[in-house]
Design a protein around this ligand. Structure first.
Ligand SMILES: C[S@@+](CC[C@H](N)C(=O)[O-])C[C@H]1O[C@@H](n2cnc3c(N)ncnc32)[C@H](O)[C@@H]1O
Length: 197
């Protein structure tokens, strides 16, 4: 687990990606009925996306390696009176959770893994996603101005979530990811909708 370096990102004020709000792309997907429970938020950070989906009445588990982020997420849930579960888990090893999910959200995690780590991550996601279930990946894209760190190409997404790995890409559309440094306009992103076959 790579928890300690990640945890440090949460020690001195909000992390660069931690806007204190759910990502607009996630809010839109949710408003269109794109989430069905149970839902997993992989690399949930301080939980804004998980909290938003849970506030709609869906059972949600958010996992992260950063205990400080999880503590913040749990405090927000308590303060807002939202029922949601946050647990420490390595997204590269999700099978030991012993749980299956109808919808999985990856907001900003995929693009942090290097090419060598991606096959293991994709297999880990497959091990906890119901057949016919949906995975949403919101990641920095390599197209456009002022891209975020570790931008990903459409081709890299298609290579990672291949048929052979148990996935079928339904759509990859341009979107935006808000950060504390890109303002409300956000950075160029892909929103990939991927079905577990
Ligand atoms: C860029 S942040 C995005 C956080 C959150 N999804 C959001 O949108 O604010 C990536 C998150 O993934 C977590 N993370 C990194 N590697 C992980 C791993 N192997 N397993 C679980 N979480 C991980 C980090 O601690 C961090 O909270």
């Amino acid at each position: 687990m790579t928890g300690l370096p990640w945890d440090a990102s949460y020690h001195d004020g909000p992390a660069p990606w931690d806007t204190g709000r759910p990502q607009p792309a996630v809010v839109l997907v949710a408003s269109e009925g794109g989430f069905a429970g149970p839902v997993l938020d992989a690399g949930c950070g301080t939980g804004e996306n998980a909290l938003h989906v849970a506030s709609l009445g869906l059972p949600v588990l958010g996992v992260d390696v950063a205990e400080t982020a999880l503590a913040t997420a749990r405090a927000k849930a308590a303060a807002r009176g939202i029922e949601v579960e946050f647990a420490a888990a390595d997204a590269l090893q999700l099978k030991p959770l012993g749980r299956m999910f109808e919808t999985v959200l990856d907001c900003g995690l995929f693009h942090t893994f290097d090419g060598g780590e991606r096959p293991g991550y994709v297999a880990s996601l497959a091990s906890v996603t119901e057949h016919g279930g949906t995975l949403y990946v919101l990641c920095f894209s390599d197209e456009g101005l002022d891209t975020g760190p570790h931008p990903v190409s459409q081709e890299q997404l298609r290579a990672a979530f291949s048929t052979g790995a148990g996935w079928s890409i339904a759509a990859i559309k341009p979107n935006r990811v808000q950060t504390r440094y890109h303002g409300d306009a956000g950075a160029p992103a892909w929103l990939a909708t991927i079905k577990r076959t």
